[in-house]
Design a protein around this ligand. Structure first.
Ligand SMILES: Cc1cc2nc3c(=O)[nH]c(=O)nc-3n(C[C@H](O)[C@H](O)[C@H](O)COP(=O)(O)O)c2cc1C
Ligand SMILES: C=C(O[C@@H]1CC(C(=O)O)=C[C@@H](OP(=O)(O)O)[C@H]1O)C(=O)O
Length: 387
């Protein structure tokens, strides 16, 4: 499976094309829209999320509620476009039109300056429109197809906030099965929305100070059979694919599995997960410190992965930068921005992880027909239980 997205943040729409989804997977546009609505919520977001109502329109690849095996394409309209038509239109501007102010003041921490240097854009709007995390709506849409495949295979993926500005979510210390249930049964009231009051206070304070804050998101995948992924090539290791996926999310700067960086400070006997066996479960582990991976393959224990999100770069309290036209120093002035997007990003991370898991499963069990994929995965589960 692979996908591409297109679309500028304030352009007409976002477009996603997903290829390689097997035929005969049940799929409704509401499966996708539920994920999109979850991504839009979350404490700390700016005014833009009040303007948008991310609903997906499936354009191809689905008929009468089932996938066809052909490319699936869908669009999400940008409701904000109506306010930006003059600025974002594709036609050349003529002399009679008012020339809009170009963006020449790069924000530290965003893609503005590096993107302008790379593409030669003197108006940095040409960079920020695509580097914006608006694109994550299109990615969540693709990921929701992956989640649908996984759910049908009895594999559950859930993402939630672990930490904001150093404040840890006590609330999320429930079993991963409970987390999965919350996610599956109540798509809007998920843990990623349930930011604890101290976290909300920290977000409010950051906003008041003109500042921004980051945090940590965690994703758990339950129900994966052991041995998915590969040790034979760097680009087939599932943990590395997940790590790449997570750090590809805007503002994500690091990733860890299980006890993660703690492993550097512990002995091997405190890190590795002892192997046990019983008739009912087959092989399993006493602990899950390594977060479900050995040798680029799943161990059959839940995948537990965390991603760290830096604070949002656009600050109402400006940082030092340089105007690329005048070369004069300036302190930026801002129209609007999120002050914290960690809750929303946990939904993005959930879908990005789901994507990597589903595409790797499809590589390992290549089937054009979803019922055959389901059968193959079940057969493999039976095989490894009796191994
Ligand atoms: C859901 C989400 C919302 C975001 N909202 C904003 C925002 O309102 N303002 C902003 O400056 N950055 C925002 N970001 C972060 C920027 O998109 C990101 O920092 C930028 O693309 C530069 O990429 P990098 O941080 O990965 O280097 C958001 C990120 C995510 C995941
Ligand atoms: C539009 C989304 O997030 C945007 C991500 C973003 C950025 O710089 O990454 C900047 C903001 O854009 P705007 O200036 O239009 O308010 C966010 O609202 C979204 O998540 O759908």
């Amino acid at each position: 499976m692979r996908y591409l997205t297109a679309g500028e943040s304030h352009g007409k729409q976002l477009t996603t094309i997903v290829e390689g989804v097997p035929a005969n997977l049940p799929l409704l546009s509401s499966d996708i829209s539920e994920s999109l609505l979850r991504r839009q919520k979350g404490y700390g977001r700016g005014r833009r999320m009040k303007i948008e109502k991310d609903l997906v329109e499936i354009k191809s690849g689905v008929r009468h509620g089932y996938t066809l095996g052909s490319p699936i394409s869908f669009v999400i309209e940008n409701d904000d476009f109506k306010h930006w038509e003059n600025i974002m239109g594709e036609d050349p501007i003529d002399d009679t039109q008012e020339v809009k102010r170009q963006i020449t003041r790069p924000r530290p921490g965003h893609a503005d300056l590096n993107g302008a240097l790379k593409y030669g854009h003197r108006d940095m709007r040409n960079v920020l429109e695509r580097s914006s995390a608006r694109e994550t709506a299109a990615r969540v849409a693709a990921g929701s197809l992956a989640k649908k495949i996984l759910k049908e295979l009895d594999i559950h993926v859930v993402g939630y906030v672990k930490e904001i500005a150093g404040i840890r979510a006590e609330d999320v210390e429930m079993s991963s099965q409970e987390k999965a249930e919350v996610s599956e049964n109540s798509p809007v009231r998920t843990l990623d929305q349930k930011v604890e009051q101290p976290m909300k206070d920290a977000i409010d304070q950051a906003k008041k100070d003109g500042d921004s804050i980051g945090g940590v998101c965690e994703v758990v995948v339950e129900g994966m059979p052991a041995g998915v992924g590969s040790y034979v090539h760097y680009d087939r290791k599932l943990d590395s694919r997940i790590a790449g996926g997570v750090t590809s999310i805007n503002a994500f700067k690091g990733v860890e599995f299980g006890i993660g960086f703690e492993a550097a400070r512990k002995n091997g006997s405190e890190v590795h997960d002892e192997i046990l066996w019983n008739e009912e479960r087959g092989y399993y582990r006493r602990t899950n410190r390594l977060g479900g991976f050995e040798g680029g393959m799943t161990t059959g224990m839940p995948i537990v992965v965390r991603g760290v999100m830096k604070p949002i770069p656009t600050l109402y309290k400006p940082l030092q930068s340089v105007d690329i036209d005048s070369k004069e120093p300036f302190k930026a002035s801002i129209e609007r921005s999120d002050s914290c997007a960690v809750p929303a990003a946990s939904v993005v991370m959930e879908h990005v992880v789901a994507w990597e898991v589903a595409r790797t499963l499809l590589e390992q069990f290549p089937h054009d027909q979803f019922p055959k994929l389901k059968e193959a995965v079940q057969q493999y589960r039976d095989e490894i239980r009796g191994f």
